[in-house]
Design a protein around this ligand. Structure first.
Ligand SMILES: CC[C@@H](C(=O)O)C(=O)SCCNC(=O)CCNC(=O)[C@H](O)C(C)(C)COP(=O)(O)OP(=O)(O)OC[C@H]1O[C@@H](n2cnc3c(N)ncnc32)[C@H](O)[C@@H]1OP(=O)(O)O
Length: 252
């Protein structure tokens, strides 16, 4: 079974689904490749919107697959994986079309970085999300910290990153992290959120997106992400990080 599913609708909506419900939609290398493909498709002139979601009802995305990435021990090894995903999320952030994180369930760690790279985050009532990386004695390492400082108010971003905890959806909305809350089926929530947007010509969307991406280019977002990846790689190598991951892996 593939780790991801890509659907293209006739109205120009590309949907990327992480298909690893049994692993709470953790990101492995195959998911990274799939995301790259979906971003390429969404950059085609006829595409209007990219939607990213997770399979099942439990999780949007639980971050990096700890069972796979736990074998990366050194700064250099961590840098290779982190910079790969950071590059993909940078491309997602700079996408020509708008993107929506359809948060059907919990998002933690890198799952929140993925959501932050999207233009909009819409969430089902009852879910929780948070940048819990601090509890693993690392920072965000996929560019998510740098993205967050661009997407929500500075004190709220710093609070979320330094508290390293999950928040309920109402609080996420107050923090400015969640843009829309829905109840019931994710497809319905998504349809309600995007219906007005889809009625507008895609060239208009692309023109507005360019205004934002030009600003991020001017502010050297790419260089800031590189620093974020490097800093996280240094922390990654530390035994304190590996000890925390061991606790999760051996918790049963
Ligand atoms: C590595 C990149 C880094 C970054 O740069 O940001 C990160 O992403 S750091 C963050 C890494 N993620 C985590 O620490 C989250 C770990 N998972 C959890 O805390 C919980 O699983 C959950 C996401 C809150 C969901 O809890 P729950 O619904 O109770 O499910 P379980 O805990 O029982 O998990 C079910 C199943 O899924 C496996 N799982 C969950 N998350 C991951 C993961 N990130 N990597 C690998 N596997 C994961 C979990 O082990 C269970 O599997 P089985 O034991 O085989 O049933």
């Amino acid at each position: 079974m593939s780790s991801y599913i890509i659907n293209e609708s006739k109205d120009g909506v590309i949907q990327f689904t992480i298909n690893r419900a049994e692993k709470r939609n953790a990101v492995n290398y195959e998911v990274m490749e799939g995301l790259q493909k979906a971003i390429q498709l969404a950059n085609k002139p006829e595409s209007k919107l990219l939607v990213i979601t997770g399979a099942g009802n439990e999780a949007f995305c639980s971050g990096g697959d700890l069972s796979v990435f736990h074998s990366l021990r050194t700064e250099e090894q961590a840098y290779g994986m982190l910079s790969k995903m950071a590059g993909i999320l940078y491309d997602l952030m700079m996408l020509k079309t708008p993107s929506v994180a359809l948060m059907n369930g919990t998002a933690v760690g890198g799952g929140c970085e993925l959501a932050t790279a999207c233009d909009f985050r819409i969430a089902r009532k009852g879910i929780k999300a948070g940048f819990i990386q601090g509890k693993l004695v690392i920072t965000t390492g996929w560019g998510g910290g740098s993205f967050l400082f661009e997407k929500i108010a500075y004190p709220n971003a710093l609070k979320m990153l330094t508290e390293a905890k999950t928040y309920p959806v109402d609080e996420l909305s107050q923090l400015g992290f969640i843009n829309y809350i829905f109840e019931g089926e994710p497809e319905e929530g998504l349809a309600n959120f995007i219906k007005n947007m889809l009625a507008i010509d895609g060239d208009v969307h692309k023109a507005y997106k360019e205004m934002a991406t030009r600003k991020w280019e001017g502010q050297n977002l790419r260089g800031r992400i590189e620093e974020e990846v490097r800093r996280c790689s240094v922390l990654w190598e530390n035994e304190k990080h590996h000890k925390q991951v061991d606790l999760f892996i051996n918790r049963k």
